[in-house]
Every structure is written in C-alpha cells, then in structure tokens.
Design a protein around this ligand. Sequence first.
Ligand code: KG4
Ligand code: ZN
Length: 344
Amino acid sequence: MLEYQRGSSFRPFLVLALETSCDETSVAILKDGQQVVCNRIASQEELHARYGGVVPEIACRRHFEVIHPLIEEVLEDSSLSLSEMDALAVTHGPGLIGAVLVGVTVAKTLALAFDKPLLPVNHLEGHLYSPLLEHPQLKPPWVSLLVSGGHTLLVLVEDWGQLRLLGQTRDDAAGEAFDKVAKMLNLGYPGGPRVQQLAEQGDPAAIRLPRPMRNQGYAFSFSGLKTAVHHAQSSVSPADLCASFQQAVVDVLVEKTLQAAMDHGVNSVSLAGGVAANQPLRQALLQQCQKRGINFYVPSFEYCTDNGAMIAMAGYQMAGLGITATPWLDAHASLPLQSWRNSC
Ligand code: KG4
Ligand code: ZN
C-alpha cells in the first residue's frame, strides 16, 4: 500500500504538527508557512538522564502520556481549535520506532476524525527546513549541514523538493560523538552542551586530535576521533580534552561544508540539528562564510533541537509539492530523504 499520494500544490494557512521521534514530544502550529503561533516541547531529558541515554521503551510511553495534553495546551494557548486547522503534519521517521509510531497514530486518527490532509514529514527534512522559520529569505540553491544525535549529513538543496545528499557519516553522528565523549568523562546526558561548557575552560590546542576523512570528499567519520579521545584521557585534563575534541569536530564540519558550497557554486549555507546549538560551531561557520561572502543561516537554539515548528515547516513544503499521506502512512526507524519520490 502506498504511504504517499500526489495531488495539487496547496498552501495550508494553519498547520498543526506533531514530533515524537526521540526524547522530545513537541506540538506546534505554523501560520501561513512563516509564523510560529505556538511551539511546545515536553522534554524527557530528566527521565533518561540516569540511564546515560535515551531508553526507547520509556520514551515511547512518555510520548503517549503527554501528547494529548500537549495538543490541548497548544490549541488553548493559540485560541484555536483542531477544526480550524488546514492540515496536520507528523514526523514518520527516522527515529525510535515506538516513539515515531505514537505521533503517527495520533496524527492519522486526528486527520481522519477532523477530515484534514495529513502531511508526512521526514525528521531530517524538518531539521533541514528549520532555518526557514526565522529566515524566510533563504532560497535554493543552498548547502545544508545537518548535525544531530543520529545523523551527520551534507545536503545540497537544489530546488524546493529537490535534495541531493552529498555525504554523510560512515559511523557515529557528530552529536553521538559528543554524547559518547561526555559519557567517557562522566559528564552526564545529553553530552553536547556539557562538553561545550567544559570546553570553555580548556585549550583547544592542548592535544592534537585527528581530523577524520579530511581529504575524502563529503564523507564524515567520528568513531576514530572518539577512540583517540579515549586514549588521550589519562594525559590531559577533561577541560582540555573537551576543547580539543570539540575543535576537531568543528574543523571537519566547517571545512567540508565550505568545500561543498564552493564546489557547487552556491552562496548560501545553513546549519541545523541539535549540534547546531554548539556555539563554537555556529561561530566558526559564520566566520568562514563571511570571509567568502557566503550567506549563513542558523536557527535560534529553540529550533535546533527537536521541535514541532520545524515539522510544521517541512510539512508546509510537502503541501507545496502536493504530497500528502494516505491512510497507510507508517512509522519508520530509518527513512531516506524524500522517500516519497519513489512511491507516489
Ligand atoms: O536534533 P536533536 O535534538 O535530536 C536528534 O534528532 O538526534 O540532536 C540531539 C543531539 C545530541 O547528540 C546532543 O548532544 C547534541 O544534539 N547537542 C549538542 C549541543 N546541544 C545539543 N552538541 C554539541 N554542542 C551543543 N551545544
Ligand atoms: Zn532531530
């Protein structure tokens, strides 16, 4: 059964979006494809912190508990009702399968009950389009560096709905590397912000760590870097280690992103995903882009980590392409970019 169908392009005035792919339950309403009316995030961070990472079964149960009250809260805050929505949007992958399934099931039920079109959203495309929430002037072609806990991708946005994957990580994602280094140093979960914080007191040049896959196109690899950190642990302070590790990650990400922009002759670059909250990465990419006269777009912190507003924005893009979900829309643990291309 096909999960997507293609019809005429449309511009839903009000989109209600659900995001449940990992450890944040989020509901948002987007107006006219540009104004976030409300974006609520119920984080499960505390719930998973004592396990040192996300426990899928716990995540799934918590999504189920909070999603309905959260939808009600968002509608109440916005003084809007479900019947006033022009479309619903939902993340249907990639993510923790049980977690994604909660959002998909609720969204499909509401779409059916209220007779609304349902916009199927790939979580990564949510991150990819997140800079548009605050920078509507961003237009294709542009190069997007997408760095989250589960993914590290370089994408060329050739046109609306025309994404070309330039490269991705061969092993750990950038965020995953931050989380694992934090775990190694007993800094707690989630690791990214804690590594960044400790790094502020350290010297980024304290030790020379590898810059993995430096001359190998747009592919990334972070697991060797993580091992190098492990070996250096006894010879350098945790702050110096964090600073050196962070610098190595930033160097590789910035270098490959700029290379991609120059190779493809684009003059806009965007940064998105949880790791986009990393201050030194934001600064380095901004600086390097400015040096070359390239426009740089990054969302504010609220829209870097998982949130419903970016899912609404990506859903709005799907509506523009005329793509909606059929009743057979399913949850997927892994989902390639633009999976609808091959199946509708
Ligand atoms: O996009 P996101 O919220 O969830 C996924 O889709 O994976 O990204 C979460 C990731 C985690 O690995 C977290 O450690 C990382 O983003 N992260 C950071 C920072 N804030 C969050 N990494 C580096 N520096 C930060 N300030
Ligand atoms: Zn994410």
